[in-house]
Every structure is written in C-alpha cells, then in structure tokens.
Design a protein around this ligand. Structure first.
Ligand SMILES: O=C(O)CCC(=O)C(=O)O
Ligand SMILES: [Fe+2]
Length: 188
C-alpha cells in the first residue's frame, strides 16, 4: 500500500504540472503552493454485487479533492453525469482515470458507482489534496489579470471539508441543500 501511495503521489504531481502547463502558469507555481503531501489519501474500495434492494455502490457526488486518480478492475460501474445523463466510464486496461475535484473550482463532474450484477468490484481511489489550512480562491491570472470576477467566495479548505463531512452524516432532504461549491457562489 505504501508503494502504491507514493506512486500515486508522484503521478498526482505530474498531473498537477500538466494542468499548470496547459493553463500557462509559471512552472512550479502550483507545486509550491500545494506543497504538503500529508493531506493526500488513498481508499481501497470493494463493492458487493448488486442485489434486488439496490445497485448503488457510491451515490452521485463530486470529489472534495484537487485531483482524484482511480484505478479500477475490469468490472465497470463508474459513471459520470453529462447533461443529465449517466455515461459509463468503462475500464481501460492499464489506464488510470483522472477526475477533477472541487478544489480546482472548475467543472468537477458528478459521478457515481453502480454495483455489478453477479460479481464484486474493486477499485483504488487516490485523492490528491491540498493542506486543510490553505485558502481556496482563484489565482490572479484567472480574475484580476483578465478582469473577470471570481465565481466563488474564497474559503478555507478545512471549512469545506467539515461542511461536506456534516452533509454526509446528515444528508439534507432537498437536493438543493446539499453542500457543494455553490455554497460559496457569488451571485451578482
Ligand atoms: O470506485 C470508484 O471507481 C470511484 C469511487 C469514488 O468516486 C470515490 O471514492 O470518490
Ligand atoms: Fe468520487
């Protein structure tokens, strides 16, 4: 597990640097800002086969991470929501799935896992995070320099973690009361 963890951490840093390059950010800017790897975590997940009582393995959610890396077996069941439809993400031999989490404040996709018929499923999800003490807000490159207002209020990552935890323990009855980035949306 330790070996897998450090390999995932390494891949997380590579993905982070690719994102930085694609966004035209100075090299190492994200790496220097997100420099505490002790908040990363790894989940080894085991899904029992579907029963007539239900097929949901993990219900629809957006990840709280910066980036999530998922290694799934060949069973399938992971789905992403696009324009109101659920699109299966079939496993590709030897491929890791990269998912954008809420911390990136872009378009973290809603996804879920369906339990397979007649067999179990294994996956490993690595959450490449940021220190809980960091403020989450757009870089000046994406607001001041292009004269666009931020879409969200800045927030402390630990505050968001806490709100999401409370939300998971006491799920609100109305979908619109679920805690997600919209909680910090700036409405003009
Ligand atoms: O098991 C998977 O493929 C993904 C699990 C997941 O979405 C999560 O743990 O956040
Ligand atoms: Fe997830």
């Amino acid at each position: 597990m330790e070996e897998i963890f450090s390999q995932f951490s390494r891949i997380g840093l590579i993905v982070e640097s690719i994102i930085a390059e694609c966004l035209g950010l100075p090299p190492n800017l994200l790496q220097e800002h997100n420099n505490d790897r002790s908040w990363d975590n790894l989940a080894a997940l085991y899904y029992l086969p579907a029963t007539d009582k239900g097929t949901i393995g993990v219900s629809a959610h957006k990840d709280i991470s910066c980036i999530t890396l998922v290694l799934q077996d060949q069973v399938g069941g992971l789905e992403v929501e696009k324009d109101g439809d659920w699109i299966p993400l079939p496993p590709l031999e030897g491929a890791l799935l990269v998912n954008i989490g809420d911390v990136i404040q872009f378009k973290s996709p809603s996804h879920r896992v369906l339990r397979p018929e007649g067999r179990s499923r294994n996956s490993v999800a690595f959450f490449f995070n940021i220190s809980a003490d960091k403020w989450i807000e757009p870089l000046p490159e994406f607001t001041k320099k292009i004269e666009e207002q931020p879409r969200y209020r800045k927030f402390l990552y630990k505050e968001y973690l806490q709100l999401r935890k409370e939300n998971k323990m006491n799920p609100p009855s109305r979908v619109e009361d679920e805690i997600n980035l919209k909680h910090y949306a700036i409405t003009t």
